[in-house]
Design a protein around this ligand. Sequence first.
Ligand code: NDP
Ligand code: MG
Length: 396
Amino acid sequence: MSRPQQITVLGATGSIGLSTLDVISRHPERYRVFALSGFTRLAELEALCLLYRPRYAVVPDAEAVRHLQGGLQAAGLTTRVLVGEAGLCEVAAHPEVDAVMAAIVGAAGLKPTLAAVEAGKKVLLANKEALVMSGALFMQAVRKSGAVLLPIDSEHNAIFQCLPTDYARGLGAVGVRRILLTASGGPFRETPLAELEQVSPEQACAHPNWSMGRKISVDSASMMNKGLELIEACWLFDAKPAQVEVVIHPQSVIHSLVDYVDGSVLAQLGNPDMRTPISHALAWPERIDSGVAPLDLFSVARLDFLPPDELRFPCLRLARQAAECGGTAPAMLNAANEVAVAAFLGRRIRFPEIASIIDAVLNFEPAVAVESLDVVLAADSRARALAEQWLNRHGR
Ligand code: NDP
Ligand code: MG
């Protein structure tokens, strides 16, 4: 067998990062950890470094560099500790790296993920916000560098598995009528609307089927996650927003479907465990063991499907509007959402106000065409500033 592939895990201390390391641990002959990054959970990062002995680790500031470098040297490790966004970009684009798991949450992952793309790596994309913000530029960079972009988001990974290998010829050309994007509906699918005013961050983060980081858990509760995924699907598969239909499927067993013109509908099923899409993407086009239990259809017993209620989930409508508008609208939607989710987690606003903030920002600032990354970053900053203004006026 050929030498082990060198893997950089951006966001190693998070939910996706840890699941990735779990899969890597099962296949030491295939994968070696090249670099790991953390942000606030630095004790966890140190423990991961001791376990995986990466060539590089990346932390947010000089103080954290000193601390981690000292701890690792004392343990006899030669891991080099790099700092900040420049460090993340360096380990994403390093010539010896074969694949990069992009699992930083939010806009903070954009530049490192793009660095991996521009270096022509195999890029395992969990950081959907990066693609939502900069879709056109991101996909152009993929085509230019020849990077292999593999979706980790379970729905997009499912769609990828249900499409023919030549889907880049265009969905119409390969006979696809629609993409059916499934959603669990999150913890508030049946909560009486009036009670949404009172729900807590803890309730929002208690997802019925998936265990995830706090930001994406809140996004799932508001269904902004599905909105971001709709935009993500449009870029990954060159689909129009109208070709992507959201289907609520509370069991989270079908991870998405592709509807073909001949009436065939292909679906990918599995237990809700991110190690399945991670293993799929890591090994693609081969298959490896992920540690996920086999699907027991008899215990699943039934699969339900419902249309989404846009009154209950206004974020889904806002995301679809941003997708249709194009230009900087998705970047602004994403930035306003990041500020709003942080404010909700910090108990500065009520849950329904997440949508109010995003709506206000999108109404205030017209979208413009995206010609460069600077335009995207300026839209991101502007939307954050507008969302903060809203919070200063209405937040607690
Ligand atoms: P977590 O919050 O669990 O992890 C986020 C990771 O990013 C952590 O390693 C964190 O470091 C790091 N991080 C946070 N902020 C910064 C920053 N400003 N700069 C550098 N690093 C930072 O999130 P998840 O693992 O749940 O999600 C990661 C991404 O994957 C998100 O984009 C999410 O939408 C996507 N995704 C996640 C799924 C899931 O099941 N969890 C499913 C599908 C997509 P630290 O912890 O040390 O602070
Ligand atoms: Mg998903």
